[in-house]
Ligand binder design. Structure first.
Ligand code: AMP
Length: 404
């Protein structure tokens, strides 16, 4: 008797930002990307959708001002045109903030929407966009289970000592003001993959993972669980990022408002959009551009890179306190997966921990290649592990659908 074909496990993964929508159909069995794309400048003068299917890239212009609902409609049409809808089993949504309600991915129902709406008060920009994505997808993909996968969920294992701010306690109990952490899906994925690469059980692994992209965070992982992470109430805390300042003295708020007449909105904009690598270099938020400029002798670009690495190394070293023993430092995200320069600088700065960079392995592990980039004698391993948040979202969605 012929063996039945394995059941399709295709999941539409949606990552809805305030003015953009990233999408992909992923085969949860293999992680294979069937179609992927990005709708951008939503709600602005020239919105568009670009996508990649079977190696071909296509660009569709939307009407001026069209936003998420129209972008999802365009997505539905192109999924139907390519007959990809018949195999879909679920829609998986990346939800940035799950507050304290969600420690794992869930099937979306009215109660879940209510809880996401409550958590959205902590991150209004992201939260509102996520909810918009969910309601548009519910309208467009009637009958398909919708699953929410939270950026914060992996960090819900943190202890109060790590997640509380030293503020009046009632700000936590009444308003949920605490550190939540983000990039959880990525930290979870690269930790699991690194345990496999190093052939050790994740439940007995102590890792520090550095997700370095436009947003950057580090996570201390003890016996497979997140015990501390550098982002906080919002994704602004912690490291120097592309356009975000990371940690600053909160006294700055008083100075900016009383001396320079900044409004709350202007301060938010300054810290989120105009700071970080862009602010210091006065050139770009893009690490590649900054590396090129620094190599060509631009001093501010070199300073931006040095600050990026110094703050990152300091944060990593501080996680030796909760971890006590470290098996591997993991690099991921656009910068972590590609910048041999930044990885080398950071590993060198952490040399006192007994970490040593293998120059050739560091050069080889770029452009999607995973690998150990520390020398044989290095006491702590350094690993490059490409992240794949979309696959985790697809897998979680497929697993939830299986239980229905
Ligand atoms: P992501 O947000 O994960 O897509 O990462 C974006 C960041 O990765 C940007 O700062 C890029 O400049 C950086 N990046 C991508 N490729 C490279 C590369 N080859 N060298 C250095 N940085 C890179």
């Amino acid at each position: 008797m012929p063996t039945p074909a394995p059941k399709s496990q295709h999941v539409l993964v949606l990552n809805c930002g305030s003015s953009s929508l990233k999408f992909a159909i992923i085969d949860a069995n293999t992680g294979h990307e069937i179609i992927s794309g990005l709708a951008e400048r939503l709600g602005a003068a020239t919105p568009s959708v670009k996508y990649k299917y079977k190696g071909d890239k296509t660009l569709i212009d939307l009407e001026p001002e069209q936003a998420h609902a129209e972008a999802i409609n365009t997505l539905v049409t192109l999924i139907k045109d390519h007959k990809l809808d018949e195999q879909l089993i679920a829609v998986g949504h990346r939800v940035v903030h799950g507050g304290e309600h969600f420690t794992k991915s869930v099937l979306i129902n009215d109660q879940v929407i209510e809880s996401i709406t409550q958590a959205a008060t902590l991150a209004p920009l992201h939260g509102h966009a996520n909810l918009l994505g969910i309601s548009s997808a519910q309208d467009s993909f009637k009958g398909l289970p919708q699953i929410a996968v939270f950026d914060t969920a992996f960090h819900q294992t943190m202890d109060k000592v790590a997640y509380l701010y030293a503020l009046p306690y009632n700000l936590y109990t009444e308003f949920g003001v605490r550190r939540y952490g983000f990039h959880g899906t990525s930290h979870f994925y690269v930790a699991g993959q690194t345990a496999k690469l190093l052939n050790q059980p994740i439940e007995k692994s102590n890792f520090i993972s550095a997700h370095l992209g436009n947003g950057c965070s580090v996570c201390a992982i003890k016996n497979g669980d997140s015990v501390d992470t550098s982002m906080g109430l919002t994704p602004l805390e912690g490291l120097v990022m592309g356009t975000r300042s990371g940690d600053i003295d909160p006294g700055l708020f008083n100075f900016l408002t009383t001396q320079l007449d900044y409004s709350a909105q202007q301060i938010d904009d300054l810290l989120n959009q105009k700071s970080g690598l862009l602010g210091i270099s006065e050139l770009s938020n893009d690490c590649r551009t900054i590396e090129e400029a620094a190599t060509a002798g631009n001093q501010q670009a070199a300073l931006a890179l040095d600050m990026f690495c110094y703050r990152l190394s300091k944060q990593i070293a501080s996680y030796m306190v909760p971890l006590q023993r470290l098996d591997a430092l993991i690099f991921t995200g656009g910068i972590g997966e590609n910048s041999d320069i930044i990885r080398k600088k950071v590993i060198t700065q952490l040399g006192f921990l007994g970490m040593e960079c293998d120059t050739q392995a560091n050069l080889d592990a770029r452009f999607g290649q995973q690998g150990v980039i520390s020398t044989e004698q290095s006491r702590i391993k350094a690993v490059v592990m490409p992240t794949n948040e979309e696959w985790v979202i697809a897998l979680d969605s497929a697993n939830i659908v299986k239980e229905l």
